[in-house]
Ligand binder design. Structure first.
Ligand code: GDP
Length: 406
């Protein structure tokens, strides 16, 4: 199951369209996989509107949704630099991210800050240039901006067809086809068609650039390229996935989320190119007794170890502790050990949070994210595990000793 799991965040400068894109992702994924009483995709949006009206925070710290047989956990990544510690903690628990850019404003200062934070945590990324329908939208200018200001190896895997009010779809450079959205279904129906004569040349030129850039990371592609042989779509996809996960290669897509254009191929790209929890290398912990670093591979059968990355309060349930598990598993009703505080606590219930409801989990195991209810002492940043293995995932910060000078 791990290979079909994605823990992702959505990063963006304020106003680039993070909320709109996230809502659309939840809408389409909710529609493709009906959860509980949600029998119509509309319900998710309705629910969000209701919650907004009532002034309740709609966004849980992590929301699970499903797309094409994959489980996607979307971890809320605060959009504001004032919450740097929170941003860093969320970057720590996610395995990959979508970075949204505005097609008009390009790379803005806040995007730069979050981008460099994500670099530090080696978070694999895909880029999404939103608002292609807005006046002044310029895909290629944003591409330049990403290369120059962020120093990223960003390469389009889509090109826009038209822009501003004439934005009507994208060229898919991997499968060499055109993708459009049917206006009569408000963009919901995705229409695929072969490349038109007019788009063939530009598509070939940019596909060549993509292959050229990929060949830096892939011997298999270099060999075929040098021999002048046809490079199969499946190989490009496989090698692109590896380059994104291991070599900071950033594939670029585009769309106009508000008009439902581009969102479904974006979710496909999350599944296709962002890593599963066991593809990103082990987590690093700190052994409190041995005072040394330990590597914690993502192994559901290992000794339990998880990080409390966010706590929300619920009037009825009390503390909702959002936990990312890195090793082993916890079951509801069992004792968990707060390693730093040396306290035993009971995990009364474990829940999976969806956009509009929660459901009980039988087990929270390595790679996954869930909410534990019942822990009273846990705080954000605490590691929970088992008594025999004193490993913390975040070192505790003790205040500087106060030295008084006479
Ligand atoms: P956030 O601050 O990043 O969460 O941005 P929002 O999702 O709240 O969007 C900011 C504004 O941009 C809102 O008025 C949206 O309706 C608008 N917006 C979002 N996506 C698009 C788009 O694709 N095209 C256009 N024209 N406007 C958009």
């Amino acid at each position: 199951m791990l290979e079909r799991m994605r823990n992702i965040g959505i990063m963006a400068h304020i106003d680039a369209g993070k909320t709109t894109t996230t809502e659309r992702i939840l809408y389409y994924t909710g529609k493709s996989h009906r959860i509980g009483e949600v029998d119509d995709g509309e319900a998710i949006m309705d629910w969000m509107e209701q919650e907004q009206e009532r002034g309740i925070t709609i966004q849980s710290a992590a929301t699970t949704t499903y797309w094409k047989d994959h489980q996607i956990n979307i971890i809320d990544t605060p959009g504001h630099v004032d919450f740097t510690a929170e941003v860093e903690r969320s970057l720590r628990v996610l395995d990959g991210a979508i970075c949204i850019f505005c097609a008009v404003s390009g790379v803005e200062p806040q995007t730069e800050t979050v981008w460099h934070q994500a670099d530090r945590y080696r978070v694999p990324r895909i880029g999404y240039i939103n608002k292609m329908d807005r006046m002044g939208a310029d895909f290629f200018q944003v591409l330049e901006d990403i290369k120059v200001k962020l120093g990223a190896q960003a390469v389009p895997i889509q090109l826009p067809i038209g822009r501003e009010s004439a934005f009507e779809g994208v060229i898919d450079l991997l499968e060499m086809r055109e993708i459009r959205w049917d206006a009569s279904t408000d963009g919901e129906t995705v229409l695929y068609s072969p490349l038109s004569q007019g788009n063939l040349e530009i598509a070939q030129a940019w596909r060549e650039k993509l292959i050229d850039a990929l060949s830096e990371h892939s011997e298999a592609i270099t060999d075929l390229y040098l021999n002048g042989e046809e490079i199969p779509f499946s190989l490009i996809k496989k090698e692109l996935r590896k380059a994104v996960i291991h070599d900071k290669f950033v594939p670029l897509l585009c769309g106009a989320s508000r008009r439902n254009m581009g969102v479904q191929p974006l979710i496909d790209a999350v599944v296709d190119f962002l890593p599963a929890p066991d593809e990103v290398g082990p987590a690093v912990g700190h052994h409190l007794k041995k005072e040394e670093e330990v590597q914690v591979p993502c192994d559901p059968k290992g000794t339990p170890l998880g990080l409390v990355f966010k706590i929300q309060y619920d009037r009825e349930a009390g503390s909702l502790c959002y936990v990312r598990m890195y090793s082993g598993s916890f079951k509801p009703g069992t004792v968990v050990f707060n390693v730093g505080k040396k306290k035993r606590e009971r995990a009364n219930r474990i829940l999976r949070m969806h956009s509009n409801k929660s459901e009980p989990m039988d087990e929270l195991s390595a790679g996954d994210i869930g909410v534990i209810i019942g822990m009273k002492e846990a705080q954000t940043g605490d590691t929970i595990g088992s008594e025999g293995w004193p490993v913390v995932l975040e070192k505790m910060h003790f205040p500087e000793p106060v030295i008084s000078v006479a």
